[in-house]
Design a protein around this ligand. Structure first.
Ligand SMILES: C[S@@+](CC[C@H](N)C(=O)[O-])C[C@H]1O[C@@H](n2cnc3c(N)ncnc32)[C@H](O)[C@@H]1O
Length: 170
């Protein structure tokens, strides 16, 4: 028999406070268009113990505040306005950069190993994907297989699946 866990049981198993910044896995929607996707990613980051990296565009702080439905402090890195420059700096400092994108020669999701070193998971713009100048900064690309009629997944769904994989939960 399958018994649903009560809210109380779940609360007992979870942390009472936000995780400290482990700074090991960082979800990076660097060219965001829709605030709702940032909120969804923030929630997945909390679930897997990851941080979020976002550009400091005028509308982003408010979108994060609105999307932070857990109402707890979240680990957010601000990249400045030049996302490629930030990525380049992170890479030079030894961080692995995984691009989440539909791309030739991308790994398929099931082939992506859990993160063994500090890893940034880069997500593309909702319409145009990861720009060409940032593709050159990726160590590897990962694609989530699809067999349906849609060309791509919602960016927050794609990011969430990859974050779970990087965290070693699936
Ligand atoms: C709507 S897609 C962009 C579409 C596409 N790259 C284009 O130029 O038309 C937005 C972002 O979601 C992520 N994404 C969506 N579906 C994906 C998939 N099946 N595999 C990997 N990433 C995906 C990627 O980060 C992509 O840049």
């Amino acid at each position: 028999m399958i018994c649903l866990r009560s809210r109380r049981d779940l609360a007992r198993q979870r942390r009472s406070r936000s995780h400290a910044c482990w700074d090991h896995i960082i979800a990076a929607p660097l060219w965001p268009q829709h605030g709702a996707n940032l909120g969804t990613l923030l929630r997945t980051c909390d679930a897997v113990g990851a941080c979020l990296a976002v550009p400091h565009l005028p509308w982003v702080p408010e979108a994060l505040a609105r999307g932070n439905t857990l109402r707890r402090p979240a680990c957010v890195h601000w990249t400045g306005r030049d996302a490629c420059r930030w990525l380049q700096e992170q890479r030079s400092a030894g961080t692995r950069v995984v691009g989440i994108e539909l791309a030739d020669e991308a790994l398929r999701l099931a082939e992506l190993p859990a993160a063994r070193q500090r890893t940034i998971a880069v997500l593309g713009h909702e319409q145009t994907g990861i720009p060409p100048e940032a593709i050159d900064l990726l160590d590897v690309a990962v694609e989530i297989p699809m067999i349906g009629t849609g060309a791509s997944l919602n960016v927050a769904v794609a990011g969430s699946l990859v974050l779970y994989r990087l965290a070693g939960f699936i």
